[in-house]
Design a protein around this ligand. Structure first.
Ligand SMILES: O=P([O-])([O-])O[C@@H]1[C@@H](O)[C@H](O)[C@@H](O)[C@H](O)[C@@H]1O
Ligand SMILES: [Mg+2]
Ligand SMILES: [Mg+2]
Length: 247
């Protein structure tokens, strides 16, 4: 684990030097998108530069209520593509790691998504999110009703996007979808799913977009596309949307 992070940091330094950058790639705020730094007013713009995308506590509500799923999520992108993902599920003491082209692992053991192709025999993970706008709540319940009525074997939610994605990568659930979470919730976990043999796309079946605040991650295309038919999509403000103008 320490080796993986050190290699990535060395790689970031090498890329920066090649580009003629003199700044230190893990001290310059431009190279970070973190939940807390963005909350403190730092920008949330994904560039081609090497960028750490960090959620120090994913599952804050769980943490407050002692509901036992909480994770640390660290993604690293170059050219807007996730190259390394690390999710540490703290109470399970599971360290999930993935490197683009290098596979996904849990505590060093290789991960593989479920081989289930029948959505009716699947478990689907999702979250209710924190938006209580009645139109959004209606969409959430509409999607849920459609999916439950397919029917599927079950619907679950761990209360953390990073853990939900680790569950897809581990083959414990077939898919996870959500609208309204942020890039720091999913950057690392999305690579876990891809490297475990799964797919990641937009909830409408289009290309995945890290900054769109929408994700559908699944073990395979056939399960994913059956879910696309059931999901009532909505568009939260993007993570890289300009701040609203003040009067
Ligand atoms: O705030 P936080 O605990 O880091 O992250 C949370 C996510 O992991 C959760 O799945 C999602 O439903 C919440 O909206 C929130 O984004
Ligand atoms: Mg989070
Ligand atoms: Mg958090």
């Amino acid at each position: 684990m320490a080796d993986i992070l050190q290699n990535v940091m060395d790689h970031a330094v090498a890329v920066a030097r090649k580009a003629g950058e003199v700044r230190h790639p893990y001290k310059d705020p431009r190279w970070f998108i973190g939940e807390e730094s963005v909350a403190a007013g730092e920008p949330s713009i994904l560039t081609d530069d090497p960028t750490w995308i960090i959620d120090p506590i994913d599952g804050t509500t769980n943490f407050v209520h002692a509901f036992p799923f909480v994770a640390i999520s660290i993604g690293f992108t170059i050219n807007k593509r996730v190259e390394v993902g690390v999710v540490y599920s703290c109470l399970e003491d599971k360290m999930f790691t993935a490197r683009r082209g290098g596979g996904a692992f849990c505590n060093g053991e290789p991960l593989q998504v479920s081989d289930q192709t029948d959505v009716h025999r699947s478990i689907i993970a999702t979250e209710f999110g924190s938006n209580r706008d009645p139109e959004v709540v209606d969409k959430i319940f509409s999607s849920l009703r459609n999916i439950l009525s397919l029917p599927v074997h079950g619907v679950r939610g761990a209360g953390t996007a990073a853990v939900n994605l680790s569950l897809v990568a581990s083959g414990c659930v077939e898919a996870y979808y959500e609208m309204g979470m942020h890039v720091w919730d999913i950057a690392a976990g999305s690579l876990l799913v891809l490297e475990a043999g799964g797919i990641v796309m937009d909830v409408d079946g289009g290309d995945a977009d890290l900054m769109s605040r929408r994700i559908l991650a699944a073990n395979n295309r056939s399960v994913a596309l059956r879910l696309v038919e059931q999901i009532a999509p909505y568009r939260p403000d993007r993570d890289d949307a300009p701040p609203a103008a003040c009067d």
